[in-house]
Design a binder for this molecule. Structure first.
Ligand code: 4AD
Ligand code: MG
Length: 445
């Protein structure tokens, strides 16, 4: 019996008979000649059924194949540069065909569907070309991040999902019943990461994080994946160097490995090729001044109102977009007002109204993809913040311990996977960047 091969590898078998197993992406043809575009998860190949060359019953089966029917095909691989497929250029002349299942009417046809319909059918939508391309790029982005950190001497240390205390804003906590006690789903792994960094030096965690965020924007998910490095003895400037190294490596890997997928999703690769170090580093003060200047130049009123900002306010997405548009690569904005950032961020010496924080804003309107900071390493100051925020000291005793037993300056950041995928793939909403998006109004399928 012929060897089972993956469609992505069929070029290696030109002139040979192979077996491929998969699903019918489409079928066209007339009478005695049928073209079946078969996908197997690794790629797609045109399989040609010619009546004269097949068992009559099997040919009839081929002729009746519906979209997404599952089949096993045996046939000869031949080069044909016109043959469609992924990657294409080779087709299979069918010798025999075994039906695994004839699919019932498949709901997603090649015609246009609304997004809600597609999201309701996400479990099937994943099979379509565009989603296939995006999720393959997502996998590479995650692998590239981990490869880069591993090669830089970071250790992966996992952090818990059930936690006794808030890691970020208490307003976005998901409370769950933990055997009669309240627990919260992790908003971040950071606090544990800080402990881990005191044990291992340079660490990162990677996992799902949860925010009960009542935001219905194209950048917000309720459940999203975050990769968070944390480094002992690290300054904000060193942190930016690490972020820059990580992001440029990730974009480079996507460009190296996914030209085919980037083409399938019609991504402008020139924009990605421009992502080279160094990235501009501007202070929040400077960013506000730039926005105010831009606002004076803007002639239409709605545009002016949108980017209005007073010193002390946090940026919304219009401000982030306007700032990012001033650069052709990501831009760091550092020293945000202490009041708009988290309780653990170090105040700037001599100027406590701003803190040692840095956000990385992606180009093309994708906004903040990374948030990071130097962490307060002074015990009393941190304890004071925890008290003032009303967070409750008991749940943070262990976190305060880190400031008692050999405290050191340290810093870290979190990069949101879905926002990074949306930016690199050029998608207008994060919902397509994750296999099963959890949104304010969606937890199905
Ligand atoms: O800025 P954030 O909230 O930072 C933290 O959680 C820190 N504890 C990270 C750290 O320093 N270890 O979130 C970091 C990133 C954001 O820049 C964004 O990319 C992503 O996580 N993010 C979200 N992505 C999708 N949906 C949401 N609701 C997100 N909230 C944050
Ligand atoms: Mg942030």
């Amino acid at each position: 019996m012929a060897k089972i091969v993956k469609i992505k590898d069929i070029a290696d078998y030109a002139g040979q008979v192979v077996r491929v197993r998969g699903w019918v992406y489409s079928r066209t043809g007339k009478g005695r000649l049928q073209f079946i575009l078969l996908r197997d998860g690794s790629g797609q190949a045109q399989c040609v059924a010619f009546k004269r060359e097949m068992d009559p019953a099997e040919f009839e089966t081929a002729r009746a194949l519906t979209q997404e029917s599952s089949v096993i095909i045996t046939g000869a691989v031949r080069a044909d540069e016109r043959a469609p497929g992924i990657p294409g250029g080779y087709e299979i002349g069918i010798q025999s065909l075994e039906l695994v299942q004839q699919a019932l009417e498949y709901p997603i046809s090649p015609k246009e569907h609304g997004t809600e319909f597609l999201m309701n059918n996400r479990h099937l939508w994943l099979r379509s070309n565009r989603q296939w391309a995006i999720l393959r790029i997502r996998a590479t982005i995650i692998k590239a991040m981990r490869d880069w950190l591993d090669s830089e001497g970071f250790l992966l240390v996992d952090t818990p999902i059930f936690t006794p205390a808030a890691g970020e804003e208490t307003t976005t906590l998901f409370e769950v019943d933990y055997f009669g006690e309240a627990a919260f789903l992790a908003q971040t792994g950071q606090l544990y990461n800080e402990a881990n960094s005191m044990a291992f030096g340079k660490v990162y965690c990677f996992g799902p994080t949860f925010r009960a965020e009542k935001s219905k924007t194209r950048r917000h998910l309720i459940e999203f994946w975050m990769l968070e490095p944390e480094i002992a003895f690290c300054s904000l400037e060193e942190l930016m160097d690490i972020e820059e190294g990580l992001v440029t490596y990730v974009v480079g890997q996507v460009l190296d490995k996914h030209q085919q997928e980037l083409k399938m999703i019609e991504r402008d690769v020139q924009k990605l090729e421009a992502i080279q170090a160094p990235f501009a580093r501007i202070s929040y003060d400077d960013a506000v001044a730039r926005l105010q200047g831009l606002r004076q130049q803007a002639d239409d009123l709605p545009a002016r109102e949108e980017i209005a900002i007073e010193w002390g306010e946090d940026f919304g997405s219009p401000q982030e977009t306007a700032l990012a548009e001033m650069f052709d690569r990501p831009v760091f904005v550092y020293h945000y007002p202490t009041a708009v950032k988290a309780f653990y961020m170090t105040p700037v010496a001599g100027r406590p109204e701003v803190c040692r924080s840095v956000d990385l804003l992606a180009p093309e309107g994708y906004g903040e993809i990374i948030g990071g900071s130097e962490r307060i390493h002074d015990h009393d100051l941190l304890a004071k913040n925890i008290d003032e925020m009303g967070l409750g000291r008991e749940a943070y005793e262990w976190y305060l311990d880190l400031r008692k037993y050999g405290t050191v300056p340290h810093a870290g950041f979190g990069i949101g996977i879905e926002r990074t995928v949306a930016w690199i793939c050029g998608l207008n909403h994060v919902r397509e960047t994750i296999p099963y998006a959890r949104l304010l109004n969606r937890k199905y399928p």
